[in-house]
Design a protein around this ligand. Sequence first.
Ligand code: PBG
Ligand code: ZN
Length: 336
Amino acid sequence: MTTVAAKHILHSGIFHPLLREWQSPNVEITSKNLMYPIFVLDDADAKDPIASMPGIYRYGINSLKPMLEPLIAKGLQSVLLFGVPNHLAKDKVGTNADSSRNPVIQALKLLRVWFPNLLIACDVCLCPYTDHGHCGILRPNGHIDNEASIKRISEIAVKYAQAGAQMIAPSDMMDGRIGAIKKALEAANMSNQVAVLSYAVKFASGLYGPFRDASKSAPQFGDRKCYQLPPGSNGLATRAAARDIAEGADMLMVKPGLAYLDVVRHTKDTHPEYPLFVYQVSGEYAMLYHGAKNGAINLEIVLDEVLLSMRRAGADCIITYFTPLILDMLHPKSKY
Ligand code: PBG
Ligand code: ZN
């Protein structure tokens, strides 16, 4: 005689792999739930390892095709491009963010021809292209000139769209940028051909460190606390998402992921009509990578758990540097 009442026995629902899958029907991970961030360098033939992000590279436009072909064969559906200037000059207004020598603009034209079914999103920001490394244009006193910044950012967004970007993802966190980008796309007759994925809820996080090294975009003085959200700010997170929706965002993002899952859930519950993206950022990648490398955790098991936590919290799509590994995990030789 068992002492546990029948309806309190949970083991009866999970003793078989399929039974276990039925217990979590809405938190599957498929290739549709992944977007792969790619660093595109202005060195056409480069495949340049990034010390702060082992296993991740900066690719020149000529090395993109051999890298992407096998991933697309495994089901990769979308990418997020980041430009990295190595030779290109930096200045106060980020001239090379949208010059004809910009590596993202050059890559877009090729990628659209090589991979017609791949959905291509482009990060839009000034920080890799400004000499001060901030995400907007500065006044002489060092403060953000918001009007000048959103004007410049919307010019860049239009140039990327004209070069073939299907999604524009502004990560600068200037006020009013979504509205300005939408208006500029409309003036360029492109508003029905480009989606705007707003980095609506982006926190001023210590987890971006490896990325700033990767994209050579660290601020040369100060920090980003006057434009990115304070990590404890529930209220601003809610207001930022509502504002960007009011300005016309097609999709929302919360960033970083793991330390902000409560915000992910709240954003999804407040705006269930909008696809929600979560960015598993560079520091999250590095923590899992090094934790596994040092024997503390099993990478695949913990990664699967973390991805499920993001889906459970309400993420429709996860932007992750682990995408190649996850695609392999999705197609194991034998599942059980
Ligand atoms: C630039 C930008 C950053 C990230 C994406 N776009 C860094 C920052 O805002 O300082 C972070 C991505 C990552 O850490 O993986 N605006
Ligand atoms: Zn930036």
